[in-house]
Design a protein around this ligand. Structure first.
Ligand code: CA
Length: 458
């Protein structure tokens, strides 16, 4: 409760402080906003809503408040706003930078009427966990709808420079003894920004595939991004799982190197999503579609690599990511990664994609991906086994409630998206990982059985 009230009072302070709020963020490590201060950094409208919208599509409200975290996943929200794409569809979207994922969750609980947010950018399966009341204060159930995926790729696992040359890379076979040695003194310590979701799951998947038990052989904990980088510098943190621009900055500042990109762990993997409170969407179905249309257009704009220099400039600005230079985003945005250990990746298919990738739609929220995130939560004992029993009946019931691919489709049709770009199947089919493991969404229990390292017994 203390954390909750701190967040509320800090947020109020920052709103009261108004224009000076930006100055608070300047103190962050490497010039980035620290993640342990309250929410703030609200950005006012760049463009006013236009009026030439058909009466059938006219939104019920013109305002909504969406939260974001300053990493490349947020780009479709920021570009839609800055390029006037929300306004084009009649929406004046207020974007509110969130100090941390915990703050985003707290602000969602409050809702915009209470000074919080209506929805925004989420790691998975946060919307499902919030809907179930599993990560909220007092286990309050706050139904949410997942409306689109924001991005694929753009994430990675950084390792402190003191481990250079020890074989801690995508494949861990030759590094196993390092983890064993450290276990008897100070265990290998790795951080992520919120438990049980993407970043935690990526690092767990990578370790387990290399024969390292994330629950027994290492220490995993939640630490804000800026704090983690500081700890890696001083040598008290060994690894960090997060999104661009952080991995790139860790290499540039010679703090660490990249063991793996998530694009290497699982090519074209699901990453972060847009989700909004169900009560807001139910009350404003047309406004929801207007928001989606703005995001879809921004995603298409972002996937034109000629636009990415401009995108990097917009995102790096002080009111968004507050980066020392847009150059930090420029190379990764072209699929160029200096991994910091002598390895260089120059492959456009490894870059972040927002609208389409090699497997088809990025934006479409496939239910089979929600199921993977829930299955992985069962794997590590974060969710009880009954979610996956009886061919995942309970997981599927939850996904059917939360995942609103139907709204995505309606918005895409109204926007005039070509039929070929609107998936007809809610499953993307069998997924394959770097270690050869396969996830068949029709048989999640088989997937769990096939994995050697796991907490659940199946
Ligand atoms: Ca991420």
């Amino acid at each position: 409760m203390t954390e909750f009230f701190n967040q509320v009072s800090r947020r109020k302070f920052i709103i009261t402080a108004g224009a000076s709020a930006g100055a608070v963020f300047l103190k962050g490590c490497l010039g980035n906003p620290p993640e342990d201060v309250g929410s703030g950094g609200t950005t006012q409208a760049a463009a006013q809503p236009v009026a030439n919208i058909s009466p059938e599509q006219k939104p019920e409200t013109t305002t909504v408040k969406l939260g974001y975290i300053p990493i490349v996943e947020a780009a479709p929200l920021i570009i839609a706003k800055e390029k006037g794409l929300f306004a084009k569809h009649g929406m004046n979207v207020e974007l509110a930078k969130q100090a941390s994922w915990g703050a985003a969750r707290d602000n969602l609980e409050i809702g915009s009427a209470g000074g919080g947010i209506d929805g925004g950018q989420w790691q998975m399966p946060m919307p499902h966990l919030i809907t179930e009341g599993l990560i909220t204060k007092g286990n309050q159930k706050i139904p949410m709808y997942v409306l689109c995926q924001l991005i694929t790729h753009g994430n990675g696992i950084a390792i402190a420079n003191k481990h250079q040359g020890k074989g801690i890379s995508l494949q861990l076979a030759s590094a196993k003894s390092i983890f064993t040695q450290l276990k008897s003194s100070t265990p290998f310590t790795a951080a992520f920004t919120f438990p049980h979701v993407n970043q935690d799951l990526w690092i767990r998947y990578w370790l387990a595939a290399g024969g390292i038990d994330p629950d027994a052989d290492v220490k995993l904990l939640t630490v804000p991004a800026a704090q983690t980088v500081a700890n890696m510098k001083t040598g008290t943190m060994d690894a960090f799982s997060t999104g661009d621009p952080w991995p790139f900055r860790i290499v540039k500042d010679k703090i660490g190197y990249m063991a793996a990109l998530t694009a290497e762990i699982w090519k074209n993997h699901p990453e972060e999503y847009l989700a909004i409170r169900a009560d807001w969407v139910d009350k404003h179905p047309k406004a929801t579609k207007a928001i989606l249309k703005g995001i879809m257009e921004a995603q298409q704009w972002l996937d034109n690599f000629d636009n990415r220099k401009e995108a990097a400039q917009i995102l790096a600005a002080r009111n968004y990511f507050n980066l020392p230079s847009p150059e930090i985003l420029a190379d990764p945005y072209q699929g160029k990664y200096d991994m910091g250990d002598g390895r260089k990746i120059d492959d456009k298919t490894m870059a972040a994609y927002y609208w389409k990738d090699e497997k088809g739609s990025v934006s479409y929220p496939y239910k089979s991906h929600d199921l993977w995130f829930i299955t992985e939560n069962v794997r590590w004992g974060f969710l009880p086994k009954d979610y996956i029993a009886n061919n995942a009946a309970k997981a599927k019931e939850l996904i059917d409630k939360v995942n609103r691919e139907d709204i995505w489709k309606e918005a895409a049709q109204e926007l005039g998206i070509a039929a070929a770009d609107i998936p007809t199947n809610t499953s993307r089919g069998v997924e394959e990982f770097f270690d050869g493991s396969k996830f068949d969404p029709e048989k999640p229990e088989e997937y769990l059985k096939s994995l050697k390292i796991k907490k659940v017994s199946v």
